[in-house]
Design a protein. Sequence first.
Length: 541
Amino acid sequence: MSLLEIENLTLDIGGTPILKGVDLSIAEGEVMGLVGESGSGKSMTALAIMQLMPYAARASGRVTFNGIDILGASEQAMCRLRGDDIGMVFQEPMTALNPVKTIGEQVSEGIRWHTGANRADAEARARKILDRVGLPEAKFPLSRYPHELSGGQRQRVVIAIACALKPKLLIADEPTTALDVVLQKQILELLKDLVDENRMGLLLISHDLAVVADMADRVTIMRHGEVMEDGETAKTLSEQVHPYTRQLAQASMHVPARPHTTAASSKAENLLEIRNVSRDYPGRRVSLFRKGEPFRAVNDVSFSLKPGQSVALVGRSGCGKSTLARMILALDAPTAGDIRFLGDSLLGKDETALRPFRRNMQVVFQDPYGSFNPRHTVERLVSEPLHLLDGKPTPAERRERVAKALHEVGLAKADMDKYPHEFSGGQRQRLSIARAIITEPKLIVADEPVSALDVSIRAQILDLFADLNQRLGVAYLFITHDLTVARAITDEVMVMHDGRIVEEGRTGDILDHPQSDAAKALVAAAPDLHRAIAKRFQEQG
């Protein structure tokens, strides 16, 4: 008998169908991968299992857990199951954790509620599970708060909470999307170990086929609330019987057609020069009268970027990539060194003097929704950088410029009167790019611009970046931990580790033949669909 059996699950919200007859099963000790684009119904399936559906949602069908239909279970019954027999790991750990409670309180809370243990016993058990997920007491006491941890460490705390009582079923909803490839590999290996140790079933929700191919025994592929295909992972992903499965596989390995920077461009003047840049931050106070040693986030970094060139800055979380980006954007000042753009230093300039530089250097953020004011229309949002121009455009000129920028990124003129919530994730990222190009900049700094997007939308956005690079001659500095993105869209790669550039060169050379330990670790940890499928077949004999 299956541990979890979903039969003909149908769900609608306010009359809009979300899930349409979903069938899915998970056995004890089995890893099931649930794959699909954004909006396919993956997360809603998980929420239906947990009975955490939105208000006005109506569900029908059967969700049987351990032989009991829980779809119509009372909230009291579900509270006994959640955290005890069924655990859940959410995509964004910072929003899943309470910022004003210590990690010890949050891990022990469920233990106390479900078992009736006293505080000391619950904290002792919390200490054991935190040790188990790689957060030892010497470095991570129970008194730590979430903001004192890195993204990967916070995700380990969420896993500890979900697994504290050794649940029979664990649901992991995009548990590694925002993590670098090395941390992603560690988290996935941790989940595998917990499955093996506790014989629990794991529902792994992801849009990354390579991750699912490496982790899952079976895979279910969803689209528009329906199951398109399911079966053994290796067979399903290698044969790709359904056209949608083939579409996802092709999108996950998509490389935009783009001309690479020619040798002639190396003779051009540098667009951006970073000269021996370092950035120190004050150390954490160790007592009332004594500060700790300063922390060096960026350490003696030097490189240059030519007009029209596309360069990737890759590295693990915390290596200094975003700190360096803030200094390039003149949002932070280096402790030492110089940053020159268009032949002039950015240091020591006030906001008035920086205006022409800001006009020619724009940024695309990781989360487009978070970088938009939800109360403003697209016209107002996309036109924000126009204040950097020498002359203020008239309302008619502003609308004309916004319409042109929207057209450049594949959106319509009519979209300028809409609001951000009316667009999909991929369309919002197109709006971010439209805002970035409206001043016709020479350089765009793209900070993890596709990490939160599913594979199909990611392919579209990468095509757009390549197209703009070719048509408008925009240079890019891509900050990313995704080596697939670096390979697809950049001419050169710089590998950053502990605040230093430890390796740089042509993209193919670095990723195919890494020399530094940091680059080797990134390449070894990066998921690969073909490699994962071959490994699965080998394991099956």
